[in-house]
Design a protein around this ligand. Structure first.
Ligand code: KIV
Ligand code: ZN
Length: 527
């Protein structure tokens, strides 16, 4: 394998490293939706989870292994028999599978985390790879915190695991500490000093603590790595991982420099990015490279003038290349099914007839409230098709009053599926707080509000606001979201969604309870 030729494999770890980050947890059903979207996107490997972390994780990896074809499905394991056996079992039905074993190698981790000497690390890494090879021919090994490990020791571990049968060796910058020149040197050092390294695929895994995950991954590729580990929207531990859309578009846009290709269908990047954002409730910053709202917006007069002459003056990628065929045409209440269908397709969504009909009904209702509907509005309609908790409580009436002299007041009426109708009126610190308190009093469910996000999903004076609410109740965390032209209503509907999830969880048997979207065991989330 010589540098600057061939293909770079894209190893997506959104469902493992991405899902590990606070606020990004997903249920099994949500993970399956993301895994299917990743397969359509054309990634080479999906790291579906860490099967030994919890029963929920094991089941998610198992479901992805059974139901998602195309990419290699991978499961993470520590270097011990139990983890590896569980990973192997979870992956047994996959068309193509990989076990990814890891063990920290840096002096800091050896001393403070593992309390293991160098020789024990080498022995344990070799044993881990051998055990994984008993189950599977495709085995990846990662020396965790490699970028802070003594060079000759990383080389010693890498040589030993290659001899033991590792087929991919991944070099992680676990804490996002390295810089491009230094990291490239690590790859060159390993390629010069490790026997057998030419026979395995070298991989890179970077975190973004200093904002260099993409740059460090690309420099590793120049120095010989042929697999990049990354996540959609760069979600992941702390500041996140290398962002898939950025690294893929860098390789494509600068193909003349890198001389390398990926198998990713770049026109699927934007829809997958929106899907992951909507499922995790993690908004995409407006100025995010490649998929942010402003990534292709030109504001300055000079730039606009240049763009009118030729797009290449200020645009190095075309929005269509990443699946962002944003239109300046707005839709409104006179737009018909055909116009909506075309726009939904342009935005990268494929809906069957039943789904489309539901979106069309919601579109008509929204068009009665909002003069112009932008692409963000249409996306919000499509993305809320799945995963929302229906009932038992629905909002009948909502009235809020607030002024700066007296406490805000919220009066609401809730209907329960069992026929109960409850009205409540409460005061609070602002209309949203008052409405949340009224819902708690009416339903008898008390929660601890952990986070409340509000952002607009589209443009115009009557833009829709998306509210995302995170609460804790009875040792579990719950997420709810809603979109409306009225931001208080949007907040109230999002809050009502978490109340519905809580009530639903109480009525479900254990197993089904764990599979509810937007619900996560707090102890499990901490693994
Ligand atoms: O960041 C890291 O080191 C990891 C390993 C498990 C590859 O995520
Ligand atoms: Zn990581």
């Amino acid at each position: 394998m010589s540098p600057q030729t061939g293909q770079v494999l894209i190893f997506d770890t959104t469902l493992r490293d991405g899902e590990q980050s606070p606020g990004c947890s997903m249920t099994r059903e949500e993970k399956l939706r993301v895994a299917r979207a990743l397969a359509e996107l054309g990634v080479d490997v999906i790291e579906a989870g860490f099967p030994a972390a919890s029963r929920g994780d094991w089941e998610s990896v198992n479901a992805v292994a059974r139901e998602v074809q195309g990419p290699v499905i991978c499961g993470l394991a520590r270097c011990n028999r139990d983890d590896i056996d569980r990973a192997a079992k979870a992956l047994r039905d996959a068309e193509r599978r990989r076990i990814h074993v890891f063990l920290a190698t840096s002096a800091i981790h050896r001393q403070y985390k593992l309390n293991m000497a160098r020789e024990e690390i080498v022995r344990s890494a070799v044993d881990g790879v051998r055990m994984a090879r008993e189950h599977c021919e495709d085995v990846e090994f990662s020396p965790e915190d490699a970028s802070r490990t003594e060079l000759e020791f990383v080389a010693q571990v890498v040589e030993a695991v290659i001899e033991a049968g590792a087929t991919t060796v991944n070099i992680p910058d676990t804490v996002g500490y390295t810089v491009p020149d230094e990291f490239a040197e690590l790859f060159r050092y390993l390629r010069r000093n490790v026997r057998g390294i030419e026979g395995v695929r070298l991989s890179v895994h970077c975190h973004d603590d200093l904002g260099m995950a993409v740059a460090n991954s690309l420099t590793a590729v120049v120095a010989g790595a042929r697999q990049i580990e990354c996540t959609i929207n760069g979600i992941g531990e702390r500041a996140g991982n290398c962002s898939l859309e950025e690294v893929v578009m860098a390789l494509r846009t600068r193909e003349g420099f890198f001389g390398l290709r990926t198998g990713v269908q770049t026109t699927r990047l934007y829809p997958v990015s929106r899907l992951v954002s909507s499922i995790t409730g993690m908004p995409i910053p407006r100025n995010k490279a490649v998929v942010g709202e402003n990534a292709f917006a030109h504001e300055s007069g000079i730039h606009q003038h240049g763009m009118l002459k030729h797009h290449s003056t200020y645009e190095i990628m075309r929005p269509e290349d990443v699946g962002l065929s944003r239109s300046h045409l707005v839709l409104g209440k006179h737009s018909g099914r055909h116009a909506l269908r075309e726009r939904v397709k342009d935005l990268g969504f494929e809906l069957d007839e039943i789904e489309f009909n539901r979106v069309f009904e919601d579109f008509k209702l929204l068009a009665d409230r909002k003069k112009e509907l932008f692409d963000g509005d249409i996306e919000a309609l499509v993305l809320r098709l799945e995963g929302h908790a229906a009932g038992p409580w629905t909002l009948g009436k909502l009235r809020t009053v607030s002024d700066d002299r007296v406490a805000a007041e919220a009066e609401l009426r809730l209907h329960h599926r069992d026929g109960r109708v409850i009205e409540h009126c409460t005061t609070g610190d602002g209309p949203v707080d008052a409405a949340f308190k009224a819902i708690e009093a009416a339903t008898g469910i008390q929660v601890a509000l952990r986070k409340f996000d509000l952002h607009s999903v589209s443009g115009g004076e009557d833009a829709q606001g998306e509210a995302v609410v995170y609460v804790e109740h009875g040792g579990r965390s719950y997420r709810g979201s809603s979109v409306s032209t009225n931001i208080v209503e949007s907040a109230v509907q999002a809050f009502l969604e978490v109340i519905n999830r809580i009530e639903l969880a109480k009525s479900l048997p254990g197993r089904a309870r764990e599979e509810q979207p937007g619900v996560r065991d707090i102890a499990q989330a901490a693994v």
